[in-house]
Structure formats: C-alpha cells, structure tokens
Design a protein around this ligand. Structure first.
Ligand SMILES: Cc1cc2nc3c(=O)[nH]c(=O)nc-3n(C[C@H](O)[C@H](O)[C@H](O)COP(=O)(O)O)c2cc1C
Length: 336
C-alpha cells in the first residue's frame, strides 16, 4: 500500500525509525537491503538545515542529509519550534531533491526541549499544530507526517487531541511511540494507546516502541495500526525486517544466530567505508571506522569472544587493521 504521494505505508512496508547517532546513510542502506521499505534520517534541526544549506559548506547538517539513489524513499526528520523555519527548511531540502518529511514531537533530550522543539511541543498543542501546518503545506500533500509520544508526562496525555488537530492540518501519517516524554525509555510501550489512536484518525498510524522481534511487530498490527517502525530492534539486528516480512508472508521467521551478526557487521563496515565522507576523526582514525568501532558490539552479542574482539577493535587505526582483525576472528567469513 502506498500513499498517493508514493510513500509505502502499510503492514508489508516496515519502516526504519529515526535514530539520532545511528540511522545514518550506511545503516539505512543496510536496513533497506534487509527489507526496510522506508527509512528516516536522524533528526535534523530545521534552523541548522536552513543555515547550513545557505552557507553551502559541509558540516554536521550536510552529513545528516547524505544520501544515495538506493536510499529511497527517505523521510527527512526535522525538529523545530518555529513554523517559518520548519517551512523554509522543508522547502530548501525539497529544492535539493528530498521529498518526504517528518516532524519530531517526541525527543526529550534537554538540548532539544529547551528550544521548544521535540517533546516540548506536546506541552503547547497550538504551537505543535502551527509547526505541523507549516511543514505539511511546505512539503506538499501526502508528503509529511509527525512522530509523537503520549504527552509530556503521566496524567497529561495529549496525543489523541493533538493527532486529530494534526490530521486536520494535513498530516499524511502519524507515528506514535506510546510512552510519555518524561519516561524516556523506561516502563513499557502502551499498546492500548496505539489502538485508541488508530481508531481516532483516518490517516495511517505507525507503531513505534519496543518492537524487538518480528513476532511482537506482527502482533502490534492487531491494534489496528497501519504499519510498524523498527528502532532499537533493528540496531542490533537489521535482519528483523526480513523476518517480519517472512512472518507476514506466512513463512516462519529464520533463526537468529551468531553468524548473521558477523555478516551484518562486515556488510555495515563495507557500506560505512564506501558511503561515508573521507574525514578523519579522533586520533586520525577514519570517521567511518570510528563508527564501526561503536556499532560492532551490538552485532556480536552472541559471539563468544566479543570482549577480546572489542579491545582489539579499539586499537584499529585504519581499515587494513580492521580487515586483518576480522580475518583473525571470523575466519569462515567472506571478506571479498
Ligand atoms: C539512540 C536512539 C536515537 C533516537 N533518535 C530519534 C530521533 O532522532 N527522532 C525520533 O523521532 N525518535 C528517535 N528515537 C526514538 C525512536 O525512533 C523510537 O521511537 C523509539 O526508540 C521506540 O522504538 P523502539 O523501542 O523500537 O526502539 C531514538 C531512539 C534511540 C534509542
């Protein structure tokens, strides 16, 4: 199923969540290769985007916007509290070929909240609706949605009220991570809230929150949501998309074992090396390798020698070191 704008939304179109620090270009491509139908960028400051595109010089925002043709359809997630900035950011990004946008109404990091953006918008539904309206109009019909939490804290759930307003303003879809902002990631996702939301609006609703297995994600469809968005579950195992799709197609999902983790690590490394800018980071180590150093342990939880591998990985100064290490530890794997 696709929105009239061409964006796949539905039970057989699992999305990769926006994940600050993680849903960068190499990881998005890795997830797409494993069945993600749509991927979101990390959240990007609307203001930062406007200034950075005007300065026409690299920098952090340019990096967050790096993409390649196979990285489509891509949803650019913006955060901002000022309607004008959000509208201009979407317009300028559209001028660079970006088509789909999402507005962050869930981030509870103080740096974001204190600007009035992210989950701070849940405290001010009028502003939230105004920022939403600005984005939906600027992006064009069917091209922008919002990602919400339940409300600022327990006892102040605004999601149903806000969702209806955002629908009236022209949101093409809504994603709900059914926790309050104050909760962070504690407690558990409130599935009943997903059901209420799915019943209250007529635009597609995507379920986010605690989807750590293909089975849980399939079960979540029973709440009446249109589709699912994988976050942390995909971080440690991009194979979750394929297993979810297999389950949906009536085939049992494949086993999750130790070996696929190594395969994901090696594929991620290859993508990071080919798709990242050639920048050097800390200690003159390629930026892409620093990234792999930080993500590797996630893939290797089932690997018996993970501690020793980690320490050796921390000493890798370049990609030759990395592949020498990989050969030593994963002798059965194909390094091409
Ligand atoms: C490391 C990390 C970074 C995240 N960054 C973003 C973000 O940039 N924008 C956003 O809307 N949500 C962000 N989230 C929330 C996720 O998109 C998702 O809604 C949340 O993790 C719940 O889903 P999960 O339990 O399946 O991970 C982030 C979550 C994590 C763990």
């Amino acid at each position: 199923m696709k929105l009239p704008s061409g964006l796949p939304v539905g039970p057989d179109a699992p999305w990769l969540a926006p994940l600050a620090g993680f849903s960068d270009l190499p990881f998005r491509v890795l997830c797409r290769e494993n069945g993600a139908a749509v991927a979101c960028t990390e959240m990007i400051s609307a203001k930062g985007l406007v200034y950075s595109l005007r300065r026409k010089e690299g920098g952090a925002t340019e990096n967050l916007l790096r993409t390649v043709p196979e990285d489509t359809p891509l949803v650019v997630q913006l955060f901002g509290a000022e309607p004008d900035f959000v509208a201009v950011a979407a317009r300028e990004a559209a001028g660079r070929g970006f088509v789909f946008f999402d507005l962050n109404m869930g981030c509870s990091v103080p740096k974001v909240m204190k600007t009035g953006a992210g989950a701070a918008l849940l405290r001010d539904p009028d502003r939230a609706a105004a920022v939403g309206r600005a984005l939906f109009r600027s992006a064009g019909e069917g091209r922008a949605g919002c990602k919400l939490r339940l409300g600022p804290e327990a006892g102040s759930s605004v999601y149903l009220y806000l969702a209806r307003r955002l629908e009236d303003e022209g949101a093409a879809w809504l994603t709900l991570h059914p926790r309050h902002a104050r909760q962070g990631f504690t407690g558990s996702a409130d599935y009943a809230a997903l059901e209420k939301l799915a019943r209250s609006v007529s635009i597609p609703v995507l379920a986010s929150g605690d989807l750590f297995s293909a089975e849980e994600a399939v079960k979540r469809l029973e709440t009446g949501v249109s589709g699912v968005m994988f976050g942390r579950g995909a971080l440690s195992d991009p194979g979750i998309f394929r297993r979810y799709l297999d389950l949906r197609a009536g085939h049992g999902p494949g086993e999750r074992g130790g070996a696929p983790g190594v395969d994901f690590l090696l594929r991620h490394a290859r993508l990071a090396r080919s798709l990242s800018p050639e920048r050097k980071g800390r200690g003159g180590v390629p930026f892409s390798l620093l990234k792999i150093r930080s993500v590797a342990p996630r893939y290797l939880r089932a690997f018996p020698d993970v501690g020793r591998f980690r320490s050796a990985l921390a000493r890798c100064a370049d990609w030759d070191d990395f592949y020498a290490l990989a050969r030593e530890f994963f002798s059965d794997s194909d390094f091409g």
